[in-house]
Design a protein around this ligand. Structure first.
Ligand code: G3P
Ligand code: CA
Length: 269
C-alpha cells in the first residue's frame, strides 16, 4: 500500500476488512478486576516525564492496569518510544526525532523539561521499554505513531512483542487503521484497537474489536451502540473525575489518563 494511502485512508474498504468479531478483545488485567481498566497515558504523563522508563515505573507502582505509549523510529532504524514529531517540547534537543540517530536521541535529557528532579531521563528504545515492562504486571497499549513514515514498523514491533513473550499483555493501537490491518495479517494473535478523534465509526465501518476514542465522543448512547454490536470502547485522555465518573456510569471499558492516581480514587482499594 502506498504511503499516501496509508496516511490518508482512515478505514479500509469492506472487502479488505478482517472479521473483527473474531479478533482479540482488550487483554485481561493482571493487576485488578476493575471495570473499566485504568491505563496511564504515555506512562503517567501528569506524574513523570512522558514516555520514559521513570513514567512506566510510576505507573507500575500505582497498581494500575496498563500503560499507553507511542512508537516511532530513528533514522538509523531503532524503534523508540516518543510522542511528538519534534524533540523540542520534552527534551533539550531540536527538530524531528525521525531525522536523528539513536545515539543522538539517547544523548538527550528527556526528564528536565518535566521536572529537574528527573534530569538525565532518556528517550527509551522500544526494546528497553518492553524489557522494563516485562517485569511488571502492566498491560501494554502500544500506539504506532505515523506508521506511513516508518515502512515496516508494524512487523518490527510485532517481532519484538513475540520475542519478549508479551503477546498476551499487548494491544496495538493507531489512528492509521491500514497499519492495524497489516499487523492483523502479520500477527492475528495480537489485540488491536482503532483510534478515533473526530467521530465514532458507524455500523458499516467497524473493523477491530476495540474502539479507542477521544472521550467527549463517548456518550452513553454511543457506548451502548458500540457494545450492542459486540465491540469494546475505551476513552482518552480522561483527567477530570467528573468526566471519569460519567464514563464509568455509562459502561466504558477503559480509561486512558495522565493522572492514574486521581482516577484510582474512584475505585475501592
Ligand atoms: O491512546 C490514544 C491517545 O494516546 C492518542 O493521543 O496524541 O496522546 O497519542 P496522543
Ligand atoms: Ca498516544
Amino acid at each position: 500500500m502506498a504511503e499516501e494511502e496509508l496516511r490518508t485512508s482512515p478505514v479500509l474498504p469492506p472487502e479488505d476488512r478482517p472479521e473483527w468479531r473474531y479478533l482479540k478483545p482488550i487483554p485481561r488485567s493482571l493487576a485488578s478486576h476493575r471495570h473499566p481498566i485504568i491505563v496511564g497515558h504515555r506512562g503517567a504523563r501528569g506524574l513523570a516525564p512522558e514516555n520514559t522508563l521513570a513514567a512506566f515505573r510510576v505507573a507500575a507502582d500505582l497498581g494500575i492496569d496498563g500503560v499507553e505509549f507511542d512508537v516511532q523510529r530513528t533514522t538509523d532504524g531503532e524503534l523508540v518510544v516518543f510522542h511528538d514529531d519534534n524533540l523540542d517540547r520534552t527534551t533539550n534537543g531540536h527538530g524531528p526525532i525521525y531525522e536523528k540517530t539513536l545515539a543522538e536521541v539517547q544523548a538527550l535529557d528527556a526528564g528536565s523539561a518535566f521536572d529537574p528532579a528527573f534530569a538525565g531521563e532518556r528517550i527509551p528504545t522500544l526494546r528497553e521499554t518492553l524489557d522494563t515492562l516485562k517485569s511488571t504486571n502492566l498491560l501494554l497499549f502500544i500506539e504506532l505513531k505515523d506508521p506511513w513514515r516508518f515502512p515496516g514498523m508494524e512487523a518490527e514491533v510485532v517481532a519484538l512483542i513475540r520475542e519478549l513473550g508479551l503477546v498476551e499483555r499487548t494491544q496495538i493501537r493507531s489512528f492509521y487503521h491500514a497499519a492495524l490491518h497489516l499487523v492483523c495479517h502479520i500477527a492475528p494473535e495480537i489485540a488491536l484497537s482503532e483510534l478515533w478523534w473526530d467521530r465514532l465509526p458507524g455500523d458499516d465501518e467497524v473493523i477491530y474489536k476495540t474502539v479507542n476514542a477521544f472521550f467527549p465522543l463517548c456518550t452513553p448512547d454511543a457506548i451502548a451502540q458500540i457494545h450492542a454490536r459486540g465491540q469494546e470502547i475505551t476513552a482518552w485522555t480522561v483527567n477530570e473525575l467528573d468526566d471519569a465518573r460519567a464514563l464509568v456510569a455509562a459502561g466504558i471499558d477503559g480509561l486512558t489518563t495522565d493522572y492514574p492516581d486521581r482516577l484510582l480514587t474512584l475505585f475501592a482499594p
